[in-house]
Design a protein around this ligand. Sequence first.
Ligand code: GLC
Length: 419
Amino acid sequence: MVLTSISLLSGSQEIKKGQLTFKAGLVIPSELTYFRQVLQGFQQETGIEVTALVGEAKTSEEIRRAFLDDLKTKKSDPDVMFLDIAWISELADDGLLEELDNYQIDTTVFFPKLVKLADTYNGKLIALPGHMDGGLLYYRQDLLQKYGYQYPPKTWDELLAMSLRVQAGERATNPDFWGFVWQGSRYEGLVCNALEYFVSAGGGFVDEKGDSIINKEENVIALQFMVDLIHQSRISPPTTYQIDNEEQVWRRFQEGNALFERNWPFAWGKHNAADSPVKGKVGIAPLPSFPNHDAAATLGGWHFAISKYSDRKEDAVKLLNYLTSYNVQKNMVQTIGWNSVRRDIYSDPQVVASAPHLISLRSVFDNAVPRPMVPYYPDFSLVLQKYIHAALSKAMLPADALQKAHEELKVVKQKFEKS
Ligand code: GLC
């Protein structure tokens, strides 16, 4: 069989009718290279030609919008989609995802919690997990040692104290040096960061019934702490709330301009790449917590689903099985540094040797806190983004911002329930 090479088209280009297509966003730049290589492997193994439609969308929101544009106009492409855990329920509730129960897919290889939480909607299997994210603390091991610290911080106050000291010391030779960098601009990443502070203070977003608890005192304290990192102790730069997302933050840390960084697992690979100025100097740990509370990592990650309007459903299932197969998931951990969703990968001797941090941090991922898995989550998130950001930019006081958010979140839920 003659195989044509993988074509990479931008969203607007012509696709041959009946072609099997795969679409992902570009949350991290290496995603493109990674998927190009994986799809080539699928093509070689099965003889099925596949085209990658790699859109230009970079943030989770932009990527969601691009998928909604395809789906709402009932396009037969893309067949296979790579979706953020945050909005799978919305697409499933709108009936836009193919139900997978009839395709004999073995889901027992995955972490059951993930499949139950994210890939099952109203009792039907509608997606398969692709990779699992959890917020982590990256730190400069060499700098902690230089200033006499043996361990990374366990509490937010320790992180603050270490940052103040190291920042003051390092500024003597590097005026661009900051204690702690994290994602605080107005987008989904901010919501993920906020959840970690809130839960690690004993708060959270919703109760068991899904009702907002956002105005809880614990959340107000946690949000005040976030504000103070930027405006009072000034260990986090003003760019935190102005522009910082995952990419800005790993770049700043990688350039040697930060002691601590909050990011997802992919950053480990970046920091330890051959050309990284901080290669070999980086440690990784669970995020800190407030006293007497457990630390929390937001559960993130991306999942594979098939469009309801796909005209290649059988082949799309083959691609899903390939993308979640042992060898592909193993290669994923080793190349792009994404955390596997398969349980068996964690006892693979080569993975244990090449990514020991993912093994030792297993409990972070096992206990990661999901955002509300409800179809109206995108609207819910927009309210949180608006008000948490208003506090970070000092347009509102934390207590007022969270009270307003609480009122609007109630309306979002009620609207959905009435529709
Ligand atoms: C990562 C996570 C995703 C989250 C996003 C926020 O891509 O995997 O779940 O929504 O970051 O920026």
